[in-house]
Ligand binder design. Structure first.
Ligand code: CP
Length: 320
């Protein structure tokens, strides 16, 4: 593995999940692999789970970890080429990424989308520039369009908790008060569509009209605007809000109730409920579900370590 940006960086989903679960069973079995290697985790946006789980995964592999909160502690970054830097930006991404590549063997980058410039976001302008100038392997800690460490975690969690060979998995849009990126649902859809191709899941997406995801991520998924129909016989419900892709970053009012609660859970096959977190209680997902026996959100967050560890292990093996 040279970089980790999307599901395309993994050839066989079952094999990467199996390897992650074997690392979970034996976390320190490869602690010499990262000896004298340094990972730099660069955050342009806030994080709890991604930051701590990736740090822990790197430490389990014997790596040194540097965390840079670029949004708070770094110089204001310029990402455009050909501009005279006589405004508020102080350092160009060309130098910043190259310098961090001098200090680190592997870099991780979190860079959320603007939700204003669809083309820059969906061509992954910032992330691709960082990869180009860093000159070392880069792992996505969530980019403008994808959150692959989260999606790998979700597949690991589904694999651990499934009761049938091919569970029905539903990605269900949920209400929110803010315009959120499409990165988590895009990425979840992309990974579940590939899992469906490998006969591991049966995948449905439910969202109100106007919240269609880019077709780039949803090929093969069943898509419906009727939540109740989607929930019938569901084994896993993955709850997430996102803003409109078509009218980029817009939020439309939705009259029907799309928040998952115990009433809606009755429509399912006693489904396990997932969310990447952070979650707004009783807005996106009911407290009764979050505090009840069907919630997987804490176990899911715990599995972030094993997703990060299998990816870092493969990147370290690629350095040799
Ligand atoms: N799910 C997730 O990525 O959490 P953080 O934003 O806290 O890292």
């Amino acid at each position: 593995m040279k970089n980790f940006f999307s599901v395309a960086d993994v050839t066989n989903l079952k094999s990467v999940v199996d390897e992650a679960l074997s690392l979970k069973a034996n976390p320190f079995g490869h602690e010499d692999l990262g000896k004298h290697k340094t990972i730099g985790l660069v955050f342009l946006n806030p994080s709890l789970r991604t930051r701590l789980s990736t740090q822990k995964a790197a430490m389990n592999l014997g790596m040194q970890v540097i965390v840079m909160n670029m949004d708070k502690d770094g110089w204001a970054l310029e990402t455009r080429d050909g501009v005279i830097m006589n405004g508020t930006t102080v350092e160009h991404i060309r130098e910043a990424a190259a310098v961090m590549g001098e200090y680190c063997d592997i870099l991780g980058l979190r860079s959320f989308p603007s939700l204003k410039d669809k083309e820059a976001d969906y061509t992954e302008d910032l992330f691709n520039k960082f990869v180009k100038f860093a000159a070392v392997p880069v792992v996505s800690l969530e980019s403008a369009t994808r959150h692959p460490l989260q999606s790998l975690t979700d597949l690991i969690t589904i694999t651990e908790h499934k009761k049938t060979n091919k569970p029905k998995v539903v990605l269900a849009w949920a209400p929110h008060v803010k315009a959120l990126p499409q990165a988590v649902p895009n990425s979840f859809a992309e990974w579940m569509c590939k899992a469906q191709e490998e006969d591991l899941v049966d995948f449905t997406i439910a969202h109100p009209a106007g919240y269609e995801l880019s077709e780039e991520f949803t090929e093969g998924a069943k898509i419906t605007n009727k939540l109740d129909e989607a929930l019938a016989d569901a084994d896993f419900v993955y709850v997430k809000n996102w803003s409109s892709f078509k009218e980029y970053g817009e939020v439309y009012p939705v009259a029907e109730n799309w928040m998952m609660d115990n009433e809606k859970l009755k429509l399912t096959n006693d489904a396990k409920v997932m969310h990447c977190l952070p979650v707004r209680r009783d807005l996106e997902l009911s407290s009764e579900i979050l505090d009840g026996p069907n919630s997987l959100v804490i176990k899911e967050a715990g599995n972030r370590v094993w997703a990060a560890q299998v990816v870092l292990k493969r990147l370290l093996e690629g350095l040799k």
